[in-house]
Design a protein around this ligand. Structure first.
Ligand code: ATP
Length: 979
């Protein structure tokens, strides 16, 4: 409920002394430690919460007649939880420790456990340092009850537990040294003995103990001694020190021991609190555990029992108010049909004790403050006078003859809710006053013991006001405790003591019946049975279980009561299972609630999955939106950058175009800023283009004409040089205007016409040189005479075509020995025929050319070559005229060749006669046989053919049909001799 509704709770553990309250509270702490979720870092908080218990028990618990481990102080412990239900810290409030036990114990009782544990378990060195002996019988404060050793208590083991707990809850070596010093000094104090001198004043004959106390508390021994035997009385202006009687010295000693122990206990609780404090100040929910001393009835009951029982009375009141009374009032308020159940309300007893000005505590305070001789007896008389009429109060004087016997003269009897208790007023005033002589206070304020320094502040000495009495303090602290409890949701544990003899498995019916009766358990049961097991405000019920009904999930927009009605109808509650009040739903049976809880647990998993999915989707969506936003931003920036770049480029382009246009408009003006760049551009362009138009060879006279605006502009020598180098690849060329460039090219060309190193390691004329010679001959023969010469000039003569130098003399010899018929087609080459020949003569292709050339050469050389005719047109026909006298010759040879200039040039160079070439205008004449002539007419008719008419005239069309090749590649030529 704490986690789900974020409410604060408390658990009130009640029962009489020895019923098991402390054990129950320890079980609750252990339960939290085991069941609550835990993180490693918070384990320390948990351990401190758990281990604070043995320390507090050692200092605040003692063996009594009713309980071997009786709490002699009240403890309210807040355990703080975070929102996950992890215990993260705590806080302890202690209530009225029974200090009188330090100096006095009843028969069969012990002092606080810690003294016995220290003596039993403490190391030898520690005891030696504290000046202690191991035997508790040696100490007066430990041996009055005559049961220092108790079989059910293992002081040695408990000491070990307490020692290890000290280290967990942040006690330093220094803290422990001071703390043990205080414990030891209390024991030493108990052993301080007084003697009465002859003046009736108290003296301390043996100062051995005083020395130890002075050493342990860090005070001067003589001052301490004086403080224990003297009293400082303050007059108006001066202080008078007067000696104490033996009785008063004993009182002063015991008061000092009680004060030291009481305040040290408070310091201890504060120290534990500082180690339990959670430094994270986020909101926490708490579960408070109230474990307070239980109701006590001894043979002799004093001021302590009066306070303890008053405390129990108040808690019982709280319980009645919050359960019996509140529950029934709630039914009435909520309009639930209800038959009231009667119960005993102990408010009347509480009022008897704590009513302002009228209650026992007020009367006691009055008696303490009152000037004049106030005694315990006078207090009793005041009680008889003021509350004598109260039904729950009785004294010997007020009681009838029956009861008189059971009440002493100094006693009064209260009828508590748990039974009658007779209190002896002896010591009431003294204990309520709790007076510590100023002289002793001063000594303790000057102590060098760090704990005492914190406990006894010098400021206290300056405060002249009377501190509130113990009774009033206790009353006030109880009322603030009740305020704390009222603000929280209650849960109750009622402990029932099975027997008075502390025996296991023994149930004393009478005792149990008595407890059940006074605890009001029967009334509780009746209310519970007739009432409802569970109730909850509509809002809370709906909020918790709304997921169980589709109508109410996820939101119910109507009034909560209607929502709850719809919800329980859907779940299927039967009418006897519930009642609807004005603001709450009441569920009668626990099983109904458990079933609803189970259903809720089941639906919680599905809800969690849905919530998780929604949450994850939300996260993803958020991430996606973030990414999209980032992408859009990025894109926008990128587009912006691109647009800016484009705009810049456009601007630049516009600027450039404008400048260009401006430059163009002003191009003819003298060089000025307006046309400067344009001219640079034109020049650059011209120069860049120039490299594609530099002369290709020495004969090429073309030169890129510079634009008009550049005519007067001189190019730098360096620039021209670069252009020419780029164009010609002549790194040495010094470029100057066109004619010189040609000269440079010519020089380069002639340089290449050098000797070359041939295979036989002889230097021969290079092919370039030979080509040059041939070209010169061609020029002489055809320049300005035959069309197509200029175009053919740039075509290099191919070395692959046979010329004179290629003819191997041996081959010539071989060929010459053959008988070759002239005048008939010697070899008719077509592709097939050539291959057949090739096989026949077993000659290589090249040899075949050689054969052919050799034959022609022979024919020309030895058969009176008359001349060579070709037309001035662009045809490739040549006529080789032979001597008509030579009867062996049948007639002229008419040949066609693609490379006519090359063929004729090589022929002329072969026969070494330049004057034999005749470039004829118009038709070509040739001799068919002696006396018989033919003509080749060049026609520009539509048909591409060569044909021979009846009179033997050969007509050549625009493009030759028959390709007769001469002298070169087999695929390129054939020889055809017209018969
Ligand atoms: N549930 C229990 N089962 C068995 N023994 C128990 C149980 N609870 C308590 N005891 C025994 O009773 C003794 C007294 O218990 P506990 O100290 O808790 O009583 P108490 O109600 O706190 O008494 P007081 O009011 O004097 O402090 C324990 O030491 C233990 O021996």
């Amino acid at each position: 409920m704490m986690c789900s509704e974020l409410t604060n709770h408390f658990i009130l553990i009640s029962g009489e002394s020895g019923a098991g309250k402390t054990e129950a509270s320890k079980k609750i702490l252990q339960y939290f430690a085991v069941t609550c979720p835990m993180t490693e870092s918070l384990q320390i908080a948990r351990d401190r919460l758990l281990l604070s218990n043995p320390v507090l028990e050692a200092f605040g618990n003692a063996k009594t007649l009713r309980n071997d481990n009786s709490s002699r102080f009240g403890k309210y412990m807040d355990i703080q939880f975070d929102y996950k239900g992890i215990p993260v810290g705590g806080h302890i409030i202690s209530y009225l420790i029974e200090k009188s036990r330090v100096v006095y114990q009843n028969q069969g009782e012990r002092n606080f456990h810690i003294f016995y544990q220290l003596l039993e378990g403490g190391e030898e060195e520690l005891l030696a340092y504290l000046g202690l002996e191991r035997d508790p019988q040696l100490y007066k404060y430990l041996s009055q009850g005559h049961c220092a050793k108790e079989s059910s208590i293992n002081d040695k083991n408990d000491w070990k537990t307490v020692s290890s707990a000290f280290s967990v809850i942040d006690f330093t070596e220094d803290d422990l040294e001071n703390l043990f010093g205080i414990l030891a000094s209390v024991l030493h104090l108990g052993n301080v003995c007084f003697e009465e001198n002859h003046q009736g004043c108290a003296t301390i004959p043996d100062t051995h103990e005083i020395k130890w106390i002075a050493k342990l508390l860090g005070v001067h021994p003589s001052i301490l001694l004086e403080a224990l035997t003297h009293r400082k009385i303050e007059a108006k202006t001066e202080e008078v020190i007067c000696p104490l009687t033996l009785e008063l010295s004993v009182y002063a000693r015991d008061a000092m021991a009680k004060a030291i122990y009481g305040r040290t206990f408070t310091w201890l609780v504060n120290k534990i609190n500082s180690s339990l404090v959670n430094k994270d100040f986020t909101k926490k929910t708490v579960i408070g555990l109230l474990d307070i001393y239980g109701f006590e009835v001894f043979d002799k009951n004093g001021f302590e029992q009066f306070c303890i029982n008053y405390c129990n009375e108040k808690l019982q009141q709280l319980l009645i108010e919050r359960t019996l009374k509140a529950e029934q009032a709630e039914y009435e308020m909520e309009g639930i049909e209800w038959e009231p159940i009667q119960y005993f309300n102990n408010k009347i007893i509480c009022d008897l004790v704590d009513e302002r000005h009228k209650g026992i505590i007020s009367i006691l305070d009055e008696e303490c403050i009152r000037p004049g001789p106030a005694t315990d007896l006078s207090f009793l008389e005041k009680l008889e006078e003021k509350v004598g009429q109260h039904a729950h109060f009785q004294t010997r004087k007020l009681a009838g003859p029956k009861g008189r016997k059971r009440i002493g003269w100094m006693e009064f009897r209260l009828s508590h809710y748990a039974g009658e208790v007779t209190y002896c007023t002896k010591g009431f005033l003294e204990k309520n006053n709790d007076l510590l002589y100023r002289h002793l206070k001063e000594v303790l304020c000057s102590s060098k013991n760090r704990i005492l320094k914190e406990c006894f502040l010098v400021a206290e000495l300056e405060n002249r006001r009377r501190p509130p009495t113990v009774g009033t303090q206790f009353k006030n602290s109880l009322s603030s405790l009740l305020e704390i409890l009222i603000s929280k949701e209650p849960s109750y544990i009622r402990c029932i003591k099975p027997n008075e003899r502390k025996e296991p498995s023994k149930f004393d019916d009478l005792l149990i019946r008595h407890q059940i009766k006074y605890l009001g358990l029967m009334e509780h049961l009746r209310v519970r049975r007739a009432g409802f097991a569970h109730r909850r405000k509509y809002e809370h019920f709906l909020q918790r279980y709304k997921s169980l009904c589709p109508d109410t999930w996820p939101h119910w927009h109507g009034p909560p009561a209607e929502g709850v009605e719809r919800l329980i109808q859907y779940i299927g509650y039967t009418p006897e299972e519930y009642k609807l009040g004005r603001t709450k739903i009441f569920i009668r049976f626990p099983r109904t609630l458990f079933a609803t809880e189970d259903a809720f647990e089941f639906s919680k998993h599905q809800l969690v999955a849905r919530i998780q999915a929604t949450y994850k989707a939300c996260l993803e969506r958020r991430a996606y939106v973030r990414k999209r936003h980032a992408a859009i931003t990025l894109e926008a920036h990128w587009r912006g950058a691109l647009a800016r770049k484009l705009a810049k480029r456009r601007k630049w382009a516009v600027w450039t175009v404008r400048k260009f246009i401006k430059g163009f408009i002003n191009r003819n003006k003298p060089l000025c800023p307006d046309n400067e760049e344009f001219i640079v551009f034109v020049r650059k362009n011209y120069i860049l283009n120039l490299r594609y138009h530099v002369p290709k060879n020495v004969l090429d006279k073309s030169w890129l004409r510079p634009p008009g605006i550049l005519e007067n502009v001189r190019m730098t020598r360096r620039l021209l040089l670069q252009v020419t180098r780029a164009a010609t690849g002549l790194s040495w060329c010094i470029f100057v205007p066109p004619p010189l460039a040609r000269k440079a090219l010519a020089k380069h060309f002639f340089a290449r016409l050098s000797y070359e190193k041939c295979r036989s390691s002889q230097f021969v004329l290079s092919s370039q040189w030979r080509l040059m010679q041939q070209k010169v001959v061609t020029s002489e023969l055809f320049r300005g005479k035959k069309e197509g010469y200029a175009e053919a000039l740039n075509q290099p003569f191919a070395n692959s075509r046979i010329d004179e130098g290629d003819i191997n003399p041996k081959v010539l010899q071989l060929i010459s020995s053959e008988k070759i018929q002239y005048g008939v087609p010697v070899i008719k080459y077509d592709r097939k025929g050539f291959r057949a020949r090739e096989r026949q003569f077993l000659l290589t292709q090249k040899a075949a050319y050689v054969v052919e050339l050799a034959k022609i050469k022979q024919k020309i050389a030895y058969s009176a070559l008359k001349g060579v005719s070709t037309s001035s047109l662009s045809d490739g026909i040549l006529v080789i005229h032979v001597s008509p006298e030579d009867s062996k010759q049948k007639g002229d040879a008419v040949l066609q060749c693609e490379h006519i200039f090359e063929a004729i040039t090589k022929l002329v160079m072969l026969v070494k006669r330049g004057n034999i070439v005749n470039v004829v205008q118009g038709s070509l004449r040739f001799c068919i046989s002696p006396g018989k002539e033919g003509t080749i007419v060049f026609d520009t008719g539509p048909e591409e053919q060569i044909y021979k008419d009846k009179n033997g005239q050969l007509t050549v069309g625009e493009v030759e049909i028959f390709k007769y090749y001469f002298g070169f590649k087999a695929s390129e030529f054939s020889v055809y001799v017209l018969s």
